[in-house]
Design a protein around this ligand. Structure first.
Ligand code: CA
Length: 253
């Protein structure tokens, strides 16, 4: 049995060179792919576990050359990049990534908090910057924000047929008319719209609602989806239940 008080098993962290993670719960569920580039094995392992727990598909590499290689061969929804790396610096990894034309959102992690480093990282095309030490909930919130920004093309306005959602103003309209939605309903709708055409499971929806309740049960998610359905269906926007998998936002033809 694992003794939590002894912390992260060191051997596991060292062993994790490129742990390419394959979705195991069925090909229909799309899990956001995150690449962690971090040479500190304990931090890399902690980040990997935390993001996997939040249902991301996580790959992890420990030096700049591996990072450059993996980023050339695979695509990700977000990259978490440490600056101080062996073999190739984080700055150089980022420079090469952007030179290849990749627009993947990059969150830079660094022990350096000098303004010049921050400016250099942003100039090279980093999208956000977090100075160590940081809290995992903050990192996860920033990852979610980067994914949202990446998927909405930098805009806070999502649209799906007659439905629009302003994610910063937290307002929705249906066929041009304002739609009365609770904050929780907007949270659920945002996830469904960001992943429209793909199945979203209840855990992913519950994750979006963390912070509102101590715990968001599966029943609560069902209630929010039921209410959304009643409001959206008159305009032909349907939320389908995919048995055993989750929900799918689709526009009726
Ligand atoms: Ca480092």
């Amino acid at each position: 049995m694992r003794n939590l008080s002894r912390g992260v098993p060191f051997a596991t962290a060292i062993h994790c060179n490129v742990c390419l993670d394959t979705p195991s719960r069925g090909v229909h569920i799309y899990r956001m792919r995150v690449l962690i580039i971090e040479d500190d094995p304990v931090l890399a392992d902690g980040l990997t576990r935390s993001l996997r727990h939040a249902d991301y598909a996580v790959d992890c590499v420990h030096d700049g050359e591996q990072a450059d290689h993996v980023l050339t061969a695979h695509s990700y929804d977000v990259v978490i990049l440490d600056l101080g790396l062996p073999k190739l610096s984080g700055f150089e990894v980022l420079r090469r990534l952007r030179r290849r034309g990749s627009l993947v959102p990059v969150l830079v992690l660094s022990a350096r908090d000098a303004l010049s480093d921050r400016v250099k990282g942003l100039d090279l095309g980093a999208d956000d910057y977090l100075t160590k030490p940081f809290d995992l909930p903050e990192l996860e919130a920033r990852v979610r924000a980067l994914i949202r920004r990446g998927q909405s093309g930098g805009s806070s306005l999502l649209s799906h047929g007659p439905l629009t959602l302003d994610t910063s103003g937290r307002r929705a309209t249906l066929a041009g008319a304002s739609l009365e939605l609770s904050a929780r309903e907007i949270g659920v709708l945002e996830v469904l719209m960001l992943r429209s055409g793909r199945v979203v499971n209840k855990e992913q929806l519950a994750e979006q609602l963390y912070g509102w309740d101590e715990e968001v049960g599966a029943n609560a998610i069902e209630v929010y989806v039921h209410r959304l359905r009643k409001k959206l269906e008159p305009a032909g926007v349907a939320i389908r239940t995919i048995r055993g998998l989750g929900y799918l936002l689709e526009k009726e033809s």
